[in-house]
Design a protein around this ligand. Structure first.
Ligand SMILES: Nc1ncnc2c1ncn2[C@@H]1O[C@H](COP(=O)(O)OP(=O)(O)OP(=O)(O)O)[C@@H](O)[C@H]1O
Length: 290
């Protein structure tokens, strides 16, 4: 299956995100390789997870929305729209504006998204000024509020710290606060928690979840962790070799999975109930590539 048919319309009629027949190829010294091969999906202000093995095209599919691919990538699609706004053919400036305002992205290494030379508070203040959503005299208070909204307990103290002075979990919260400062419609969390330990990971996902619900945003959760996905997503798309193999409700994933690749993915999950037992090897069929 290559098209995610479920169509959850967002307010105003148009779906939050529509992608039809997205293709991404890279020019490499060995020739051209097609990494994404005709992905189509629609989503509303819901929580959509994207799973699939390494290299299946999860990250680049959603990075392409933001123009975050290297120059060696060629992107084409029949349609790519955010609430009806055409994302194809935007120039670099318009793409930056979109990235800043309507789509936020939280990545695995928060320090990638934070400037090491600026305190967290100053970075947040600059973002707020850039988006012009808060009057000048209100910026300081808004910085404090945003840090408190991501459950940072001593916002004034943390605002004065540089990214290297805080823990990984705290840096991710700060990055989330930066993204939220623009009041985006769609948040992309790309393996946002995999660099953290299990407890901190759940806290971060729970925080993202809370903010997504409070603000009525759409969430795209790109992850390898099927247990996290079952907990924090409504729907799941499963990618393999640059295509969408199937779409499932997150809750009943194991029951609903029909594609042998997805069933294999489920079976290969480590479980506390079977500690010490060998995991099955994920088998692949060349026919799935077609
Ligand atoms: N700059 C690049 N040049 C050539 N190929 C690339 C480049 N970036 C990504 N690719 C290829 O695109 C494919 C998809 O990459 P992508 O990062 O989207 O995978 P992924 O599913 O997100 O994997 P992971 O879970 O490991 O992050 C991979 O096969 C990768 O080799």
């Amino acid at each position: 299956m290559n098209t995610v048919a479920t169509h959850t319309a967002s307010q105003g009629g148009a779906p939050l995100l529509e992608i039809d027949n997205l293709r991404i190829a890279f020019d490499t010294p060995q020739g051209r390789t097609e990494a994404v091969r005709g992905v189509s999906l629609r989503m509303g202000r819901e929580r959509l997870a994207v799973v699939g093995e390494s290299g299946s095209g999860k990250s680049i599919t959603f990075r392409s929305l933001l123009g975050l691919l290297p120059a060696s990538a060629s992107v084409s699609a029949d349609r790519m729209r955010l609430e009806g706004q055409d994302l194809l053919g935007l120039d670099a400036r318009a793409q930056r504006a979109l990235r800043g305002r309507r789509i936020g992205m939280v990545v695995q290494d928060p320090r990638q998204g934070l400037d090491p030379l600026m305190t967290i508070g100053r970075q947040l203040a600059e973002m707020l000024r850039l988006h012009g959503k808060v009057p000048r005299q209100g910026v300081r208070q808004r910085v404090r509020d945003l840090l408190a909204e991501v459950h940072i307990r001593e916002p004034d103290r943390v605002a004065d710290l540089y990214p290297h002075q805080v823990s990984g979990g705290m840096a991710q919260r700060a990055m989330l606060a930066m993204m939220l400062s623009a009041e985006p419609d769609l948040l992309i969390a790309d393996e946002a928690t995999s660099a953290l330990d299990a407890v901190v990971r759940h806290h971060m996902l729970a925080l993202i979840d809370e903010q997504v619900r409070l603000r009525g945003m759409g969430l795209i959760l790109i992850s390898h962790d099927l247990d996290l996905v079952a907990r924090y997503a409504d729907r799941v798309i499963v990618m393999y070799a640059g295509r969408v193999m199937e779409e499932l409700p997150a809750g009943g994933m194991a029951l609903a999975a029909t594609h042998p690749y997805t069933r294999g993915l489920m079976a290969c999950r480590p479980s506390l109930d079977h500690l010490g037992e060998a995991l099955p090897v994920l088998e692949r069929d060349p026919a799935w590539q077609n």
